[in-house]
Write a protein of this length. Structure first.
Length: 362
């Protein structure tokens, strides 16, 4: 009889994805069963992920008693990594959560930590989501079964593991997150420089001194806001590019270019590209880990293109596309901006909306 289960990692995927992806994304009751309709603060529609479909199949295939039986197959020493997230998932029933062997793990934290994460746990365990406890297990970092033995099971989370060496195994990090083979130093590459941050900061700090060729800055700002009223999502997603394109339409590109040259920026397009990238990287710093992971998942499925000048003044983008665009930056950009986060926060928090720059920082 086959009795080897990769149960913990199955539970991790199901609980984590259902809890986060569906907590704010109620299923649409329309005839299209593969569509999720987003709710506030996000709006729009996205296709269901494979994990969401697996969750639905799982719910149909097992009643509460069967699910309890499956959970209880988790070896006792592994329950510290699995059972706390059962209580954190809104899609697991009260009957399951209050089972005597499950409820005792509510709000409990792992006590046996992989040595690679000892320092991390000391600093962050109290604030760590239960959905990530699985990665604290020493066996996660010292797999007892070769990767090849997991191929079929990873494709089918409900498949049982052949009777090999281990009773309890995890996929590797590379399998879970499709980690690239590129050198780690590539993750720190950025197009931004210290001078870019200084120049952008100077421009925004001195924006009130900009003199348009025609009329006052206040009059120009009202015209820019009027241009953006029917494409507010695009303006929020790429505020500097939309601002510069508004100046071009209003015949103020040259006057603003002259203003930028005083602050060592060669052109409006250069300013827009680097300022938007700086803002996006800064916004990513404010994401919590769960939101960042889910955003990456949605971005991968929607394949959002960056801003192009030809789309300016065309039909506005969807709110979910706005949210994705607002967080489009590479890891190297984010690591670089982190060094200047306090300076940028003090600048971005100013009110630029009355000048036609749709920037809002909490």
């Amino acid at each position: 009889m086959l009795k080897k289960y990769i149960f913990c990692i199955t539970t991790s995927f199901l609980c984590f994805n259902s809890a986060f992806a569906n907590e704010n994304l109620p299923l649409n009751n329309s005839d299209n069963k593969d569509i999720i309709e987003l709710s506030a603060p996000l709006f729009g529609k996205i296709k269901k992920s494979n994990i969401t479909k697996i969750q639905e199949q799982y719910n149909k295939a097992f009643d509460d008693d069967q699910r309890i039986a499956l959970y209880l197959k988790t070896p006792y020493d592994k329950r510290q990594y699995v059972f706390p997230m059962i209580h954190a998932s809104p899609f697991i029933s009260h009957k399951i959560k209050t089972h005597p062997e499950i409820i005792i793990w509510k709000n409990k934290k792992p006590t046996i930590i992989a040595k690679q994460l000892n320092n991390f746990a000391k600093n962050h365990l109290d604030d760590l989501s239960p959905f990530f406890y699985v990665y604290l297990d020493p066996d996660f970092w010292n797999p007892k079964v070769k990767e090849s033995n997991l191929d079929n099971s990873f494709n089918n989370p409900f498949a049982m593991l052949p009777q090999k060496e281990a009773d309890y195994v995890y996929p590797t990090l590379k399998q879970l997150f499709n980690i690239s083979n590129q050198p780690s130093e590539n993750y720190l590459k950025t197009e931004l420089s210290e001078n870019d941050i200084l120049n952008i900061s100077n421009v925004l700090t001195n924006l009130d001194t900009y003199q348009p060729a025609n009329g006052s800055l206040q009059e120009l700002s009202l015209k820019i806001i009027n241009l953006q009223k029917d494409q507010i999502h695009r303006a929020i997603a790429d505020p500097f590019k939309v601002f510069i394109n508004s100046l071009k339409v209003l015949g103020e590109e040259k006057s603003f270019a002259d203003f930028l040259k005083k602050h060592n920026i060669s052109s409006p397009n250069e300013f827009a590209a680097k300022a938007d990238l700086t803002l996006k990287a800064f916004q990513i710093l404010n994401l919590n880990l769960n939101a960042a992971i889910e955003l990456n998942h949605v971005q991968f499925n929607r394949q959002i293109k960056p801003f192009e000048e030809t789309e300016f003044l065309s039909q506005d983008i969807e709110p979910i596309d706005m949210y994705i665009r607002l967080h489009q930056a590479k890891s190297g950009d984010v690591y670089f901006i982190k060094q200047h986060a306090e300076l940028l926060k003090s600048i971005f928090k100013n009110n630029f909306i009355d000048k036609g720059l749709m920037i809002s920082i909490d």
